[in-house]
Write a protein that binds this ligand. Sequence first.
Ligand code: CDP
Ligand code: CDP
Length: 218
Amino acid sequence: MKNFVVAIDGPAGSGKSSISKMICERLPFTHIDTGAMYRAVTLEALRRKIDVEDETQYSFVNDIEVVYKDGKVYLNGDDVSGLIRTTEVTNNASAVARVKIVREKMVDFQRGCRNYGNILMDGRDIGTVVFPDANLKIFLTATPEERALRRYKENKAAGMDVNYDTLLEEIKIRDFKDSTRKIAPLKQAEDAILIDTTNMTMDEVTNTIIEKINERLK
Ligand code: CDP
Ligand code: CDP
C-alpha cells in the first residue's frame, strides 16, 4: 500500500520518538517528529523574548519557516535539532503549542508530509486532528514515574545534572497543560490502539507496533 500513515501519540517520555526511529530502521517509512517542530517555534519565541503566555505576540510565526526533513528540524534554513533540546525550550513548549496560529501553521506543514510516501508521525494530536484518517493509530502511555525515570537516565547519560523529583514535576505539569488545552488536546483517538509501555522494553514495543502495521498492510 502506498502512502500508509501511522499516527503515534502519547505524553512526554512514553517512547514516541525512540520507538518511531526503531520502526523506521526496519520498515520503509519516513519518521516525522512533530514535537521537534513545536520546539523550533518555541526556540524562536524565546530568541525574540516574547511573553510566551500572551497569544497576541505570535504574529512572528507568519515570518518563519519550520521544516522537518531526514530526522532534522530546520528553522529558517538553519539546523536547530540540538538547540531545541534545552530545558528552557522543553518547559516553554506547551505554552507555545497552545496558540492557535502556531498550531494552524504546523498542522498545514504536517499534512503536506503525506507526499513523503509511507509516513510514521509522532506527536499529541496526530490521530485526532492531523490525520484522523490514518491507517493505524497508536497511543503510547507509561506512568509519570516511569517516564520521569526514563528522562532521568537519558539526561544523566548525556552528562546533564538532573534531579528526578524536578523531572517528575515538570512531566506532570506538561501532561496537564497538553491534555487540558482548548485546541487539539492530548487525548487518545477512539480508534487508536493503547499500549501501556511501563513494563515493556523498547524492542517489545517496537515489535508490537510492527506486527500491527504488517497486519494492516496485508
Ligand atoms: O519529546 P517530548 O515528549 O518531551 O516532547 P515533544 O514531543 O518534543 O513535544 C514538545 C511539546 O510540543 C509538547 O509538550 C506539546 O506541548 C507540544 N506538541 C504538541 O502540542 N503537539 C504535537 N503534535 C507535538 C508536540
Ligand atoms: O518521544 P517521547 O517523549 O514520547 O519519548 P522518547 O524520547 O522516545 O523516550 C524517552 C526515553 O525513554 C528514551 O531515553 C528511551 O530510550 C526510553 N524508553 C524506554 O526506556 N523504554 C521504552 N519502552 C520506551 C522508551
